[in-house]
Write a protein that binds this ligand. Structure first.
Ligand code: HEC
Length: 133
């Protein structure tokens, strides 16, 4: 009989379907693999939404009122302003950029990146500077 193959195929499909253990259990903590970084997320985000005004390469009128020194075009700059970036860009509703722009998904990722990398680095930097005098 030709139907002899069927149970095998079915069993295979079922086995494969059940193989992906705990697939959707991440997302809550900092468990994304690979994690969000400046290179794979942050640089693109600030480049698109912040650095048009907040950049060391932008001066005078072109900053559209962004305070001098609040430059977010490098990772170091974002770390320096980490808590203010969080306060302004992930507020509800966000107060930076002034005209809005980032999607909800982008803001979720920004929140995750800040919590899982940037704020930690900011704290480490502050501790370093504190102990260095
Ligand atoms: C269109 C220009 C523009 C863009 C784009 C922009 N900003 Fe600003 N930013 C300003 C201006 C103007 C001020 C000063 C007035 C104020 O604080 O609201 C400012 C001030 C700030 C400050 C310093 C004041 C504080 O609250 O500590 C931070 C931090 C900041 N912005 C973060 C961001 C972040 C993060 C983004 C991107 C998500 C962003 N900005 C995008 C114009 C901009």
């Amino acid at each position: 009989m030709r139907l002899g193959w069927m149970p095998t195929a079915l069993a295979l499909a079922l086995a494969q379907g059940c193989a992906g253990k705990d697939a959707d259990s991440a997302d809550a903590g900092c468990e994304r693999t690979p994690p969000l970084t400046y290179d794979n997320f942050g640089k693109g985000f600030v480049g698109k939404h912040c650095a048009g005004c907040h950049s060391s390469l932008v001066s005078g009128q072109q900053r559209k009122g962004a305070p001098p020194g609040v430059d977010l075009d490098t990772y170091r700059g974002v770390v320096t302003w980490a808590y203010r970036v969080q306060a302004r860009a992930t507020a509800d509703p966000p107060t930076m950029p002034p005209g809005g722009g980032p999607s909800g998904e982008e803001l979720d990722r920004l929140t995750e990146w800040l919590e899982c990398q940037v704020l930690r680095d900011a704290d480490a930097l502050a501790a370093e500077q504190g102990s260095g005098g």
